[in-house]
Ligand binder design. Sequence first.
Ligand code: AMP
Length: 213
Amino acid sequence: MIVVLLGPPGSGKGTQAKRIVSEKGWPHLSTGDMLRTAIKSGSEVGVQAKKFIDQGMLVPDELVVDLIGDRMKASDCSHGFVLDGFPRNVTQAVVLDQMLQAEGKGVGRVVLFDMTDESLVRRLAGRRTCSQCGAMFHVETLKPTREGVCDQCGSALIQRSDDQVDVIMNRLKVYHQQTEPLIKFYREQLKLVSLDAHQAAGDVHRSLARALE
Ligand code: AMP
């Protein structure tokens, strides 16, 4: 099955995607992770993307479509995958449908992570991310055992440049303006299931698993 996780930044899509893919054995395709890897590597794509990411804006469609299009062709994607952070606007959703249709495939289910802006700001502003493995912590709700150190790999925890409050506000604005129209787009295709992303992580996981049955 091809699954799209849709929702605002900070609603827990990435964390839940990691858990569900490890259970189902599907690849996890996160455009945010791909772009951050490109930035770290210093590639041309990374240099271009960083300018947009640091301002909380969307990276140009051509750039992410190329990245995701290449990744979807890999053999591990042949039986399905989970898209996290893509599509982010209607243009990307239409291109995704075209790319999948060309292979006789289609999006099977879209799960909306529903959350208020107030909760999102609290989550994102307190989020700390491992500089090496990407594991996520929170200064109040998910503290690491040793302050500033990742429990999983021992590397330093950082605050992502796009998790600063002014950038968070921009990311939410962009979500409401550009990504939210996808709710209507997928609802009309009868593919949308929504879950309450304010719940505890275990409950969100159970809701997600039910949505994918
Ligand atoms: P994320 O980790 O999914 O929150 O993505 C971090 C940032 O990467 C976003 O704020 C955007 O600047 C960029 N980004 C990720 N996915 C996309 C996408 N599908 N289209 C455009 N920009 C994206």
